[in-house]
Ligand binder design. Structure first.
Ligand code: SF4
Length: 336
């Protein structure tokens, strides 16, 4: 599946939208302290799509949920347009709740199965919007048409429509409050290929028309290639690599990134060209309760050295202004 991004990049500005500094989120459990996110720093600009990528347990979803206000940080700073948003969602002003929306992986569980599509959208329009009943109805029809749903879906319940259509309802619901920033939490992983393609095209259209910024949480590098402008790879609560999407696929540099990319089967000549030489995946991701010392990837890395077991690698700039890799193999480069 290939969904082409619009070449017109003019809606993308450079204004800082989100800044995350040394974010830590730990959870106390009966088995010990889970260091789900352990010192993550990144920022994103208005109008861009930043993908946070990693295996289960990498900390990508926890990072997104801290930004949403579902959790508060254990340590560190989360700023949105210069405002500290490291507070629970219930304590955030309504304007902020409107601006930052989330679309979940499984619309079957995020949409109330007892309500019709009209009721679901009307609740969002009513809670945040103005207008009398007739105006609200017009807004609902406009939202449905915009995301590609027909009027025949209006009085259907989520259980009566397909997975892709459910996700389009979830998108329409998010759009009802005119958001500036949407977190997409594995938005297509529960969908078949044709529904995925439709949802991805709709996401690109929304961004082109409305300048919405996306933080994409995913383990699917195909989705990243289709819609992200920048990529951050996470492993066991830490960032491994950060690059523009072109740079990321053209020159994957961290051994973990290479392992992730080389696990994708090459389906086309383009895949053959861009996928790195196969690096076999070694072992399982270790526990975040007792993570490995030094570089957290050293227990699985084919290039691990003595220093990797002892010292955590800092970030090194490996090209341009934005390709950053946390790996001792690149210690001859400038530290960030
Ligand atoms: Fe491998 Fe060492 Fe680089 Fe970690 S720092 S990815 S163990 S080479």
């Amino acid at each position: 599946m290939m969904v082409m991004q619009d070449d017109d990049d003019s809606s993308r500005g450079s204004e800082a939208l989100l800044t995350v500094r040394n974010l830590k989120k730990y959870f106390r459990t009966s088995k010990g302290l889970v260091r789900a996110v352990d010192g993550v720093t990144f920022s994103m600009s208005t109008g861009e799509t930043l993908a946070l990528v990693g295996e289960s347990g990498s900390g990508k979803t926890t990072t997104a949920h801290v930004i949403m206000g579902f959790y508060t940080p254990t340590e560190g700073l989360v700023m949105y347009k210069g405002i500290n948003i490291g507070i629970p969602i219930e304590k955030r002003p309504l304007s902020l709740k409107r601006e930052i929306q989330i679309v979940f992986q499984d619309p079957a569980t995020s949409l109330n199965p007892k309500k019709t599509v009209k009721d679901i959208l009307e609740t969002a329009v009513k809670v945040y919007g103005e207008g009398v009943k007739l105006e609200r109805f017009k807004t609902i029809l406009e939202l449905m048409s915009y995301v590609g749903l027909s009027e025949e879906h209006l009085f259907k319940r989520p259980t009566e429509i397909g997975g892709g259509e459910k996700q389009l309802v979830a998108l329409a619901r998010a759009l009802a409050v005119n958001p500036a920033f949407i977190i997409l939490d594995e938005p297509t992983s529960a969908l078949d290929v044709s529904a995925q393609s439709k949802v991805l095209r709709t996401l690109l259209k929304i961004q082109r028309d409305r300048g919405v910024s996306y933080l994409l949480i995913t383990h699917d590098l195909g989705v990243v290639r289709n819609i992200a402008s920048r990529v951050i790879i996470m492993y066991l609560g830490k960032i491994c690599e950060e690059a523009s999407t072109d740079e990321f696929f053209g020159r994957p540099t961290h051994p973990y990134t290479q392992m992730l990319l080389s696990s994708i089967p090459a389906m086309t000549e383009e895949d053959e060209r861009i996928l790195p030489t196969r690096i076999e995946s070694r072992g399982e991701i270790p526990s975040a309760i007792n993570p490995p010392s030094g570089c957290r990837f050293h227990t699985r890395c084919p290039y691990a050295m003595e220093v990797c077991r002892k010292e955590e690698p800092p970030a090194f700039n490996v090209g341009g202004s934005s390709h950053i890799v946390n790996c001792w193999l690149h210690s001859s480069n400038t530290r960030v």
